[in-house]
Design a protein around this ligand. Structure first.
Ligand SMILES: C[S@@+](CC[C@H](N)C(=O)[O-])C[C@H]1O[C@@H](n2cnc3c(N)ncnc32)[C@H](O)[C@@H]1O
Length: 299
């Protein structure tokens, strides 16, 4: 796609894709063909399938310019999701930008687990702490569409909350979410109780941040990643602050890093608030979720 990079000719979909796949691969993009297709479909404002149906379609100068800008940004490391502006997460389509973490497949497993555990009896008001794009709250609400469930989505970042609100609107869920800008649970009255509290907090150890892939380290919000020393700062606060806000029998779900289960479980045990604490694995076999159930008598 670089001017003069190939012999003159017509830039068709097929030719542009072949050139871009090689270029992105040189830039270290693993799924180069796949990403080239997504970017081209985005630049042409069409579906990916159309690229296969019309491989000989020529690109106009304006389309090439638009595509070239996207490809150059991707080559520099801007994540695909930020360039496309949306991601599919579980059952919702979410707008994402650099104010929010790009929701991960592990978090879809967290949503799936919560849905399985609450089959047939969705909670009433629940809280998603550190909502980011709104991924967890909105996916749960969409699945519990006919239920009385309502979400409180909390984040310390006003910019993230703007994205979450837009996503709620886009998915027709705005009337079932309240947005709160605050520091974890501190915005709630001491007597506020919920049947379900869920959080995917920042849990990357500060000392491990430099080892993250460049596209994560440079482009995703540090506040969404940096979990402090050993990645436990936010998790420790949540373990300490969540119990008084759980209704009797209410459940807390925390997404954690693969090495953090022992620490988090020990902190939850120390509160004496839980009848049962489980560590659940992700599809790769890593510890990923801590689930804790408050005593039913509320003690
Ligand atoms: C790992 S991201 C999770 C985003 C989203 N829930 C997801 O799973 O894709 C963590 C989120 O916690 C928010 N956050 C960080 N510190 C916070 C705090 N003290 N209080 C509330 N939210 C906080 C960040 O702004 C970020 O949106």
């Amino acid at each position: 796609m670089a001017r003069g990079a190939e012999e003159p000719g017509i830039w068709t979909v097929r030719r542009v894709l072949e050139w871009t796949t090689r270029y992105l691969r040189r830039g270290g993009v693993e799924a180069a063909r796949f990403e080239a297709e997504w970017l081209l479909a985005h630049a042409l404002r069409t579906e990916r399938l159309q690229l296969y149906l019309n491989p000989d379609r020529p690109l106009s100068e304006a389309e090439r310019a638009r595509f070239r800008r996207l490809v150059q940004q991707r080559y520099r490391g801007v994540p695909l999701a930020y360039l496309l502006g949306t991601v599919e997460f579980f059952n919702v389509t979410l707008r994402v930008n650099e104010a929010v973490l790009i929701p991960r497949p592990e978090t879809e497993q967290l949503v799936e687990r919560i849905l399985r555990d609450h089959q047939g009896r969705p909670p009433g008001r629940f809280v998603d702490l550190g909502t980011g794009s709104g991924a967890i709250a909105l996916a749960l609400l969409k699945a519990w569409r006919d239920a009385r469930a309502a979400a409180v989505a909390v984040d310390i970042s006003p910019a993230a909350l703007r994205v979450a609100r837009e996503n709620a609107e886009k998915n027709g869920l705005l009337d079932r979410v309240t947005f709160v800008c605050g520091d974890w649970l501190s915005a709630f009255r001491p007597d506020a109780r919920f049947e379900l509290i869920v959080s995917n907090p920042p849990y990357v150890p500060t000392e491990a941040l430099p080892t993250l892939p460049r596209e994560v380290r440079v482009y995703e919000p540090r506040r969404a990643l940096d979990g402090g020393p050993r990645g436990l700062a936010a998790l420790a606060r949540l373990a300490r602050e969540a119990p008084p806000h759980l209704a009797p029998g209410g459940r807390l779900y925390l997404e954690i890093g693969a090495q953090q289960a022992q620490d988090v479980v020990a902190r939850l045990e120390r509160t004496g608030a839980f009848a049962r604490i489980d560590v659940l694995k992700d599809l790769a076999g890593h510890d990923r979720i801590v689930r804790a159930e408050r005593f039913r008598d509320g003690s």
